[in-house]
Design a protein around this ligand. Sequence first.
Ligand SMILES: NC(=O)c1ccc[n+]([C@@H]2O[C@H](COP(=O)([O-])OP(=O)(O)OC[C@H]3O[C@@H](n4cnc5c(N)ncnc54)[C@H](OP(=O)(O)O)[C@@H]3O)[C@@H](O)[C@H]2O)c1
Length: 218
Amino acid sequence: MVSARNAHSLDEFVATHPGSVSLPLDVTDRAMFAAAGLQVASTCDSLDLVVYCAGHYKPMRATDFDLDEALRHVQVNQVGALHLIAAVLPGLLTQRRGHLSLVSSVAGYRGLPNAMAYGPTKAALINLAETLYLDLAPLGIGVSVINPGFVQTPLTAQNAFAMPALITPEQAALAILDGWAAGRFEIHFPRRFTLWLKALDHLSDAMYFRAIRRVTGL
Ligand SMILES: NC(=O)c1ccc[n+]([C@@H]2O[C@H](COP(=O)([O-])OP(=O)(O)OC[C@H]3O[C@@H](n4cnc5c(N)ncnc54)[C@H](OP(=O)(O)O)[C@@H]3O)[C@@H](O)[C@H]2O)c1
């Protein structure tokens, strides 16, 4: 089953991917998500893999803070993930197998310029995935978090800056498949970029802020 708001795009996907089924929904709509959960439960014998990939991103700095836009990020990136969990967790707990994967971002590692609305929601997803892993792995349910660097999509087309180590959606999809096949908890890519960010993660606050200012010029 594939889901998003745009039913037309979903229909196009289904037409070219035999066996797939379209399930249009808005992840911020709790009632719609609950109804979709019931539909999935009545249609599917079991859940093998559930992926939360819906995301919202608008570059935002503290100097142009927009509360409505910030709350929109929380609704789509964070609350929507909770709606998904509410919809699928009962089934996963009953069957004691299956896998839940949340698409977060390297923007969730530490604070970054332009990420005032986006970054905190992705940090929350990483924390949520870690907590889910601790609770669900002993019950036989897999959990993973996907932290991409820059991928060439409509989301990143809004970025006015040169994006280091930018990859195509196809490269991102292969990295995700590799990560699932290897059974990794955190699937991050491209590693030439994400390993560098992980190294920055170990710096003291003062050194981190200095490094980010130097690299971004902000
Ligand atoms: N591109 C990157 O460099 C990058 C890096 C790190 C993480 N990510 C994460 O990867 C995921 C996919 O991003 P993308 O780059 O493919 O972005 P995108 O091209 O903007 O796609 C966003 C997807 O989310 C869906 N969506 C947005 N709001 C929704 C809502 N309210 N209800 C249901 N679906 C909704 C959109 O479909 P509809 O508009 O039809 O609803 C679309 O399929 C996101 O979680 C993003 O944060 C992307």
